[in-house]
Design a protein around this ligand. Structure first.
Ligand code: SAM
Length: 422
């Protein structure tokens, strides 16, 4: 018996045609038509984010791909080969789509975001537009996260009028400065960001779950019980450069948060610190530290527990440091921001320096670039200057065997060195 033909409704055909029309207008950089289709004439609810079923292209992908030089020789990521007029209309089209709520990091079927595509074809002006859109979206989300936390905590706020006032003032005065979007665009950004596949941290791993799990501590790596890489030997060069930048001479006081394999602590020891405090929250790591004699090394004081619980005590005792390093695991950006905006100020000497393992978004260049800017803006807001040093990372192909997710893909590590602003 012959198979029945699949039925396609007229409504479905309309939708498919609308999608193709939007993608075509985007690729032709036809602003007037695109604006009309996206705003009014389309039967689609989220017209700025339609997808081509074959390529997975969104309108942003289409607009950027249309800038790619035609010949193979030209198409080697050389921006000078992109026709100036095409690039100009590409810029206008990308701006329009972003204003209409296009998702900055939607993936196509080639696992590329629009920004990845722009970078690959050498359209750096377009790349920068997407990075800025990513920064706006992430800043807004981070602010709203904080806002939600506050409203969840209504009881605490009522108990402490001072805290509530401060918090409200922060939300009211600072968000508009940082995020220049309309309420409608903000709503789209939030809805989109929640639906996006890409995140800076791995959402499956939370700090509480991690601290509760058994670790697999090997000679060259630590894995958690789901095979996520907690720390790996290949990071040694980064750790060495961080330690030397933070602690350039003997006799200083250093605080390290997150012992892991003890790599950075080993380099701190080589700088003969007068005091060397280490905070470590995982029981398996703390046990391993003692097995390896860390509790008997010169100047070492081990604090077992989460930094969230240990640091207020140190601040209360008036302990201060010339250098602080932060490299934990399975913590969110909000945790990190809380660390530097609320704790470092009470712990760092006026002339001191602090740094952190800069791995946010490192599985994709555009996410890495976005999060560098987000962190820079938040650091600035918290009163810190940051200098970045590029360190090339060797090819890591063989490193990921047995590890659940390659958490490092970008070519250069950007080492941050932070100080109080003058
Ligand atoms: C990436 S490793 C640190 C690697 C270290 N920089 C090195 O050179 O080996 C992260 C460490 O932070 C610890 N950690 C995770 N969350 C923490 C928290 N909230 N407070 C203190 N330590 C934490 C983990 O148990 C782990 O040992």
């Amino acid at each position: 018996m012959a198979e029945a033909e699949p039925k396609i409704s007229f409504q479905q055909i309309d939708v498919d045609l609308d999608v193709q029309e939007i993608l075509l207008a985007a690729s032709q950089h036809d602003l007037a038509k695109l604006r009309r289709l996206v705003r009014t004439q389309s039967s689609l609810p989220d017209a700025a984010n339609v997808k081509d079923p074959e390529t997975g292209y969104s309108p942003l992908h289409s607009a950027i791909a249309a800038c790619e030089p035609e010949t193979e020789e030209q198409a080697k990521g050389d921006a000078s080969k992109i026709d100036a007029e095409t690039l100009k209309s590409g810029v206008e089209t990308v701006k329009l789509l972003l204003q209409e709520g296009a998702i900055w990091n939607d993936l196509d079927n080639n696992n590329e975001t629009p920004g990845c595509l722009a970078r690959r074809i050498g359209a750096l002006e377009l790349y920068d537009l997407i990075v800025d859109a990513g920064v706006r979206a992430e800043m807004l989300l981070n602010r709203l996260d904080g806002y939600e936390e506050l409203s969840d905590d209504e009881d605490d706020i009522k108990e402490s009028g001072e805290k509530a006032e401060g918090a409200e003032a922060e939300t009211e005065t600072e968000a508009p400065e940082l995020v220049d979007v309309t309420a409608e665009q903000a709503a789209t950004i939030i809805a989109n960001a929640n639906a996006e596949a890409e995140t800076v941290a791995n959402p499956d791993v939370t700090n509480v779950k991690y601290l509760d799990s058994n670790l697999n501590i090997q000679k060259d790596r630590i894995l958690d019980s789901d095979q996520n890489g907690v720390m790996m030997q290949w990071e040694s060069d980064i750790m060495k450069k961080s330690a030397v930048a933070l602690l350039p001479r003997p006799g200083l006081k250093v605080l390290n948060i997150g012992h892991g394999m003890g790599i950075v602590d080993g380099f701190f020891q080589e700088q003969s610190p007068a005091e060397h405090h280490i905070i470590e929250a995982h029981a398996d790591v703390a046990a391993e530290m003692k097995k390896r004699g860390w509790d008997k090394k010169p100047g070492v004081v081990i604090h077992e527990g989460r930094w969230q619980d240990i640091l207020p005590g140190l601040v209360g005792e008036g302990v201060t440091f010339d250098a602080i390093y932060y490299d934990t695991f399975a913590e969110s950006y909000a945790d990190f921001r809380e660390f530097f905006s609320e704790q470092v100020i009470g712990l760092l000497e006026q002339e001191g320096k602090w740094g952190f393992f800069n791995g946010m978004g490192a599985d994709r260049q555009i996410s890495y670039d976005v999060y560098q800017k987000v962190a820079e803006m938040d650091l600035f807001e918290a009163g810190f200057d940051v200098e970045w040093e590029d360190i090339p990372v060797p090819k890591l192909e063989g490193e990921w065997e047995g590890v659940r997710r390659a958490y490092w893909v970008v070519e250069n590590y950007r080492l941050p060195l932070c100080r109080f602003m003058e």
